[in-house]
Design a protein around this ligand. Sequence first.
Ligand code: PLP
Length: 385
Amino acid sequence: MRPFQTSIIEISRSAFEHNLNFLKSYLKDGVRICSVVKGNAYGHGIELFVPLAEECGINHFSVFSADEALRVHQSRVGDSSIMIMGMIENDQLEWAIENEIEFYVFEPIRLQQALLVAQRVGKKAKVHIEVETGMNRTGFALKQLPAVLQLLRTNSAHLCFQGVCTHFAGAESVTNYYRIKVQQHNFDKALKLVSASGLSPVLTHTACSAAALRYPKAQMDMVRLGIVQYGFFPTREVLIEYLTKKNTKVNPLQRLLTWKTWIMDVKVVKAGEFVGYGTSYLANSDKVIATIPVGYSHGFSRSLSNQGRVLIHGQRISVIGMVTMNMITVDVTDVENVSIGDEVVLIGKQGDLEISVSSFSEYSDQINYELLTRLPADLPRTVVD
Ligand SMILES: *Cc1c(COP(=O)(O)O)cnc(C)c1O
């Protein structure tokens, strides 16, 4: 039975397993994989993706904020670790500590609060100390670290030193090479301060997808992998660098996500007629037009007006006219036997062709990350093989 919603998202288990196998073979031995599931698991859906990832052997997840941590907590089936890499309010610390949710701390007030709440709850707060190394966003400055470490040491009954970490400011681009090297150098200094303090964190971690692929030294104990696990290189540049280095033409990653819908109406339009709002598309010959029940309110960008492509009957079909809130029109004049209810692929494969997120996002001027995370959370998602 079709869902009430007008389009669906399918997530491929075999593609995910394939990506994990590639990543495990690429990473150094013993490096742990933390699956980054912020932004609704990059649009794949936290509730669906987390149990799938657990079945495939993942046992560490990270998110941006407490609301996402709550969703992972509610949808995990095992006892996987959950780590908040960004925002948590003091009000939410009790919940986090109670439920052994790990969280980044990057300024002194939150650290003090974590200590107070841990004392009150009677359970240790699992903190990751984020170090400012050059991103200039969040993180303790090197000169703050001795005091932080001192506090951790004297309160080890209440504070668990779960991690020391940093984040790179653009490891996906060669132009940032020098900046990343400076960050690595600064992080090394932080690690020296940590070891001089006599403390040893459970995990030392710095790498996102791009850093894990491009800077092997950054892999450390654990890598925080987002975009690659879903089958995308962070940028085309990283893909090309990988292919060149390995002297191959084969992209080692596979996309998990397919977005599909069905034709809602088909009609003939006479030469000389306009299609849709205004005058942006004029039929210069008799045309067969299919209407598709997906528009910008569903994440199909308005900038794809007269630009986008979809797949129908294994053929690449052009969007004509304006993308509206709930519908698009496409030109199916050259497709045989098109009828209402036929499958339309907006992102993903049909037959031998594929609409990749990146071609979709080049047309719509969004990067992979943005397009994926904008896919509506309320679309039904299912796992397929
Ligand atoms: C988003 C994020 C990641 C993952 O980034 P990808 O490029 O998707 O691998 C890793 N670490 C932090 C701190 C992040 O915010």
